[in-house]
Structures are given as structure tokens and as C-alpha cells.
Design a protein around this ligand. Structure first.
Ligand SMILES: *Cc1c(COP(=O)(O)O)cnc(C)c1O
Length: 422
């Protein structure tokens, strides 16, 4: 896409759209990495990252993508031969398990398929069966980006507590951080991994591992940890270079600084609300299209749908044809179906995904939906009528604003005069 006719829109689930302000912050000459602005910026940056994760714990930053953050997290707390339990609800759950396998861990897989969330009863049974507490960690995925299933992390903590199992609860929030509500401390998460290129709106290249004091204790009990992945110095460096185990990812840090400023200026709750409203508009449109044709949301239960990515089934070859039409004719790029069928299997062409994470607003989502509607028409794929009106109705509802920093239009309760009046 060359922007000759207008702005293209990359609506895949990561990398996400980069705000102009993030790009501007990165467009600068190389900074001094020994003293000055960049060095002084770090304590505020890590504090603001922890605010997004809702934790008073620690964060280690890696020059890596999400796969690197997966490996970094495991390298600090799981030794070769130790066991991890992986409740998988899509491709990414399996992916983290494969990384653990590569590090020599023994991987117990609980596979919940491609359309269902983690079943807490099965999780409980698996943990109860582990009487000698060999499972060192549970590797959970908050939002699995392939299936768009959102798992109930708080309920997983409740299961661990009920069973009295000491395993670490480790959570992949790569697709969900700053999109779907996530409360690291309040939900009892010990380790959380994230990356820069999704809800955080920065190009791929930064991986984050957040950890609490329980996880830090487990790290201290490890016989050895790869010097490069060790989170100890990165989280509490004595020298600036130790934050990154070497040269800093200078420009990414400026981009991240700006992205965090944007998130906190809007307010994290408002960011989560915006993602939810936009997701609801998408679901409604998809439901209506599906009433008159083959399109269907992959996740049936709303309570288990991501607010950042939506996986769809439409039957082969419509998925691939629709993506091609949208990219060519509307300059909207949708995501491929990931892990839903083997590449090479004709069924592979029957899936696609919409990414709606990070820097997205009403006109982007409505434009994408209208483009899909147009593509369905152009390709002659049967679909229900009225999807766009229904999406507009969701976004037009009174009581909420989708604009950054705008209060909703409910009467504002006065604070301070009557808090105890009951
Ligand atoms: C994107 C993603 C990953 C992988 O991240 P990469 O940066 O591609 O390595 C892992 N888990 C989830 C949930 C993701 O969305």
C-alpha cells in the first residue's frame, strides 16, 4: 500500500496502528546513552508501565518481541526438568508451551480447543492431581490472539488458592495489555508478559516481564539463570546499561514514553471502556451479517470475547477473498486466520481476524466495518442487512463518550460534599 489515494489501515492484531505522536517522538537523532534525558527518563517510564499493568511489583524490559518475553519470563523461574502446566485456548497458549519445552521444561498441556475458554474444573482437577506440587508454574494466556478468547485470570487464581497449590500464575497479556481490563496485583498474578506492538502502540521490539515478590523469591532459588535473560539487574539496575543488558533501545523508549503519556492522559479505565464499546459495535455488526450468511464470530459467549481482536469464521474461500478485496479496494488489511486450519488445507481460507487494539477510534472501526460490508456485497457473499446501522447504534448510545478524556454525559456527581450521605 502506498498511500496514493488515502490512508491505509492495518487492522490486524499486531503490530497495531502507531500514533503520529509516537512516530514523531521516535524521529530524532541518536541520544546520549550515558547521561541526560534518556537516562533520567527511565524511573518514570517503568513506574508508568507498572501503572498500566496495575502492579506495585517490578518490570524488566527486553529488546525482543513477545516470543522473547515468553522466554525471558520462563528463564527466570523454570529450570530444565521442572514442570509447567499450560491451559491452551488457541495458538499462543501452545506457543508459550513450545518455548518452555525448548528450555527443557516438562510441559503438561490442557487443550481447550479453539472456541472455548479455560474450564476451571479441568484446571482444578489437574492441579489437585499434582499432590507433590511438581508444577512450578501455570502458563496462562489472557487473550489468545488466534481465537480471540479472553480467559478469566482472576478465576484461575481462585482455583490455585482453593487447591492450595503454590505454582506461579504466569500470564501472557501481549494482546490484552491496555485493551482489556487486567489487574495484575488484585487478580494475584505473579508474572505477566507483554510486548510493545499491540495495545501499547509502539513498533515491535520491546518485550516486558512484570513480576511480584513471590516470583522474585522463586528466581533467587534458581541454581542458574542465563545472564542475558536474568531480570534482576534489568528491574533494579545499578548502571543504566543494565536495564537492557547492553545498549538501550533508544528510539523505542521515546516512542513508549509518548504512548504511556497518551494512555494515562486518556485514563486506563477510559482506554478499557473505549475498547469495549468498539468491540461491541464490531460484534453486533458480525452477528447481523451472520443472520443472513456464513459469517460467524468464533467465540459464542460475549463474556469470553477479547476487546482487542475478533476472530471470524466465514467458510473457504471467503476469508481469503474478503481479505484480498479489502486490501486491494479499500486499503484495509485484515488479519489472517491463525491456527484455525493448517496452511495448505483449503479450509484455511475460511477464517480471518479483525484487530482493534490500541490507537483506534469510532471512525476507524466504522470504516473497517463499512469496508467489510462493501466487500461482502462485491464478492456476492450472502449476509444479513443492517449491520452498520446496528454498529452505529452501539456507538451512539448515551451515557458514554468515546473521545479521549471526555467525561460521559451523565450528570456529574459532586464529590466532597456528600460522600457519606448514603
Ligand atoms: C502477538 C502475541 C504473541 C507473540 O508476540 P510476537 O511479538 O509476535 O513474538 C504472543 N502471545 C500473544 C497473546 C500475542 O498476541
Amino acid at each position: 500500500m502506498n498511500e496514493t489515494t488515502g490512508r491505509p489501515y492495518l487492522a490486524i492484531p499486531g503490530p497495531s496502528v502507531m500514533p503520529e505522536a509516537v512516530l514523531r517522538a521516535m524521529h530524532r537523532s541518536a541520544p546520549n546513552i550515558y547521561e541526560g534525558e534518556l537516562v533520567e527518563m527511565m524511573p518514570g517510564l517503568t513506574a508508568d508501565l507498572c501503572r498500566v499493568a496495575r502492579t506495585d511489583g517490578h518490570v524488566a524490559i527486553y529488546i525482543s518481541n513477545g516470543h522473547g518475553a515468553w522466554e525471558a519470563a520462563l528463564a527466570n523461574v523454570v529450570a530444565p526438568g521442572e514442570k509447567v502446566l499450560v491451559p491452551a485456548t488457541g495458538r499462543f497458549g501452545h506457543g508459550w508451551g513450545e518455548i518452555a519445552d525448548g528450555l527443557g521444561a516438562e510441559v503438561d498441556l490442557l487443550d481447550f480447543g479453539k472456541q472455548a475458554p479455560v474450564d476451571m474444573e479441568r484446571l482444578e482437577t489437574a492441579l489437585r492431581a499434582d499432590k507433590s506440587h511438581e508444577i512450578k508454574a501455570v502458563l496462562a494466556t489472557h487473550v489468545d490472539t488466534s481465537t480471540s478468547i479472553r480467559n478469566d485470570i482472576k478465576a484461575m487464581r481462585a482455583v490455585l488458592d482453593r487447591v492450595g497449590h503454590p505454582a506461579l500464575l504466569m500470564v501472557d497479556c501481549i494482546a490484552s495489555l491496555a485493551c482489556d481490563r487486567f489487574e495484575m496485583d488484585a487478580w494475584g498474578v505473579d508474572v505477566m508478559v507483554a510486548a510493545s506492538q499491540k495495545g501499547l502502540m509502539v513498533p515491535p521490539g520491546l518485550g516486558f516481564v512484570f513480576f511480584n515478590s513471590k516470583a522474585a523469591e522463586v528466581r533467587r532459588g534458581m541454581a542458574r539463570v542465563s545472564r542475558y535473560w536474568d531480570w534482576t539487574f534489568r528491574a533494579e539496575p545499578e548502571m543504566f546499561y543494565q536495564y537492557f543488558g547492553g545498549t538501550a533501545p533508544t528510539h523505542h523508549l521515546y516512542g513508549l514514553r509518548t504512548a504511556l503519556d497518551m494512555i494515562h492522559a486518556e485514563g486506563l479505565e477510559a482506554v478499557w471502556d473505549r475498547h469495549e464499546r468498539l468491540a461491541r459495535a464490531i460484534w453486533v455488526a458480525c452477528d447481523i451479517w451472520g443472520q443472513g450468511g456464513p459469517l460467524a464470530l468464533n467465540v459464542v459467549d460475549e463474556a469470553h470475547r477479547s476487546h482487542a481482536v475478533t476472530s471470524l469464521r466465514i467458510g473457504a474461500p471467503h476469508g481469503t477473498e474478503l481479505r484480498a478485496w479489502l486490501e486491494r479496494e479499500a486499503e484495509v488489511t485484515l488479519g489472517i486466520g491463525l491456527g484455525m486450519a493448517e496452511p495448505g488445507d483449503p479450509a484455511w481460507h475460511g477464517f480471518f481476524r479483525m484487530g482493534h487494539m490500541g490507537h483506534v477510534n469510532a471512525h476507524m472501526v466504522l470504516g473497517m466495518l463499512a469496508s467489510v460490508n462493501t466487500g461482502l456485497q462485491a464478492l456476492g457473499v450472502p449476509h444479513g442487512a443492517g449491520a452498520l446501522d446496528a454498529a452505529a447504534k452501539v456507538l451512539a448510545e448515551k451515557g458514554n463518550s468515546l473521545a479521549a478524556g471526555q467525561p460521559n454525559d451523565e450528570p456529574v456527581q459532586s464529590v466532597g460534599c456528600c460522600q457519606d450521605c448514603g
